[in-house]
Design a protein around this ligand. Structure first.
Ligand SMILES: NC(=O)c1ccc[n+]([C@@H]2O[C@H](COP(=O)([O-])OP(=O)(O)OC[C@H]3O[C@@H](n4cnc5c(N)ncnc54)[C@H](OP(=O)(O)O)[C@@H]3O)[C@@H](O)[C@H]2O)c1
Length: 253
């Protein structure tokens, strides 16, 4: 039997598609032979307009909006796109914190809100629709983007690493909770990749010497999504994941 893969998806929402990994995945998925409808979402309207010109559907959303607004947005989206059967959650932010110094706790809270609480809230809002598809015998996909730093933390981005570890843990348990349904919970685990993520910290130039080029990363990730892999990791993140799995921890779950 062919694996259930992104090639089965009819309509894919990518949240956090105005730049970096999300944008690249949205464009690559819209060019798959299966030609799914792709909805690119994010806050920056100028970036969304540019994606509209590339024939993507778009949605303006701030994932930190209050739960009532998020619920309304998701419900309207499902009315407009009843075939929506995949959501990739790429929205994320990253700050450096040094707890020996004066830490801006509002940034810590913001990072947890965007990287963890908003993602979990959005997933919870899509699940009833995906369960309905499952009852009709149709597969669907929930695909959070975590990080290699969710497996092996970086002290430089101490809270970011913790937010991604939390999201990994949630994703792993959610997969278990939904295992008797047709809702497929995958996990994209990037290594350091070319993007705008580090711009705010002023580390982009230094990191650009080590990061994986976005084109190379996108190809590997789309290949993993098409193969139907559960964990779609690349580069250093794939190495760390392999060591983690060799330790047998996944076998315990
Ligand atoms: N690049 C890396 O090295 C790396 C490594 C591991 C994991 N990741 C993860 O990969 C994902 C994508 O990151 P990236 O590297 O592509 O970074 P990026 O280029 O900075 O993209 C981040 C995306 O998140 C969106 N976003 C941020 N805050 C948002 C909000 N409040 N509401 C809605 N959208 C929001 C941004 O859109 P707007 O600003 O338009 O809203 C943008 O589209 C993130 O989850 C990141 O943690 C990245």
């Amino acid at each position: 039997m062919a694996p259930v893969s992104i090639d089965n998806a009819k309509c894919v929402l990518v949240i956090g598609a105005t730049s970096g990994i999300g944008r690249a995945l949205a464009l690559a998925i819209s060019s798959l032979p299966s030609h799914p409808t792709v909805i690119a979402a994010g806050r920056r309207q100028d970036r969304l307009k540019e994606l509209q010109e590339k024939n993507l559907e778009t949605l303006q959303i701030d994932v930190t909006a209050d739960l009532g607004s998020l619920k309304q947005t998701v419900e309207s989206l499902i009315v407009k796109y009843p075939n929506l059967d995949a959501v990739i959650l790429s929205s994320g932010i990253q700050y450096m914190h040094d707890f020996k110094k004066d830490v801006d706790i509002s940034q810590v809270i913001r990072e947890i809100n965007v990287n963890y609480l908003a993602v979990v809230s959005l997933i919870s809002l899509f699940i009833p629709h995906f369960l309905k598809l499952s009852a009709e015998g149709r597969p669907s996909f929930i695909i959070p983007i975590t990080s290699g730093l969710g497996l092996l933390p970086s002290p430089l981005v101490i809270n970011y690493s913790a937010s991604k570890a939390a999201l990994r843990s949630f994703t792993t348990s959610l997969r278990k909770q939904l295992e008797d349904t047709k809702v497929n919970v995958l996990e994209i685990i990037p290594p350091l990749v070319e993007s705008e993520l580090h711009d705010e910290q002023g580390t982009t130039e230094r990191l650009s010497k080590f990061w994986m080029p976005l084109d190379e990363y996108t190809k590997l990730t789309v290949d993993g999504l098409r193969k139907g892999d559960i964990h779609i990791a690349a580069g250093r993140a794939a190495e760390v994941l392999e060591k983690f799995e060799k330790g047998g921890l996944n076998g315990l779950f």
